[in-house]
Design a protein around this ligand. Sequence first.
Ligand SMILES: Nc1ncnc2c1ncn2[C@@H]1O[C@H](COP(=O)(O)OP(=O)(O)OP(=O)(O)O)[C@@H](O)[C@H]1O
Ligand SMILES: [Mg+2]
Length: 303
Amino acid sequence: MSETTKPSETDRSTDQPARTTNGETDERIRAEWCDYEFDGRAKLAVEDLDVYYGDDHALDGVSMEIPENSVTALVGPSGCGKSTFLRCLNRMNDRIKAASVEGSVRLDGEEIYRDRVDLVELRKRVGMVFQSPNPFPKSIRENVAYGPRKHGDIDTGLLSNLLGRSDESEEEALVERSLRQAALWEEVNDRLDDNALGLSGGQQQRLCIARALATDPEVILMDEPASALDPIATAKIEDLIHDLSTEYTVVIVTHNMQQAARISDQTAVFLTGGKLVEYGDTDRLFEEPQSQRVEDYITGKFG
Ligand SMILES: Nc1ncnc2c1ncn2[C@@H]1O[C@H](COP(=O)(O)OP(=O)(O)OP(=O)(O)O)[C@@H](O)[C@H]1O
Ligand SMILES: [Mg+2]
């Protein structure tokens, strides 16, 4: 866990609200316990975010700041809006016709919902890894190099060859670096030209992480990245996420409370109705949840 992003342990030791299921107190807990204070810098700042799918109100007035170079876990029952929230952070909801988004999301202080934002550039800075591994039906190498090629970071054109730049070796280095970062290099370095679909599920998911890392993102969004994997592959992904947080800001959705407790620095709990109910230091939240509903959820009484 990164020391810099932890809130002061003593900040909130006094004046704790009584835990109750009473709606009014829930609102008070929301007001007091979603405003997470931390020492580091905010990479993302979300303010009054509402998302509607037609008449369906999927996210209701969510405000939270996400500290940089740390792991933030989003948890909550099915349908509470976790994936919707994650997609707002790189404007993937723009691709869903029925979705309308209101409110503000700032990346390094800049509004991503302003007009004329370059969405390709935004999604390069804020990459995404999905629940099911989705490698392209191409070679392992082509999967990793896909993003940088698309963004023109590796120019394979004639001109650069004439200018004497060796793009091939640049690409080799990038593919190796990304696969190493995703803890997959040792397993695949002798078969980079094999089809990625021949890898196991856990390897495919690490390949997708390598693909996301290859474009040199600053934030990595992960939507239940280990839910389809066995315990060994899951442990590899968890170790990897922990290591990535020294360089990247990771935001991960998980249904696995032990996983959230193990790998995240801070946890945000969403509940039905698309509301953020409690947000804070992971250790504090799991040891001392303030809302009875949050306690019931994280201890498995409902969800
Ligand atoms: N593309 C869509 N079109 C219409 N409604 C949607 C769409 N995506 C999500 N919703 C609705 O928005 C609400 C939140 O969905 P979302 O997928 O964000 O929940 P979630 O917390 O990620 O759930 P799960 O844990 O099951 O993945 C749900 O009521 C869902 O039916
Ligand atoms: Mg989801």
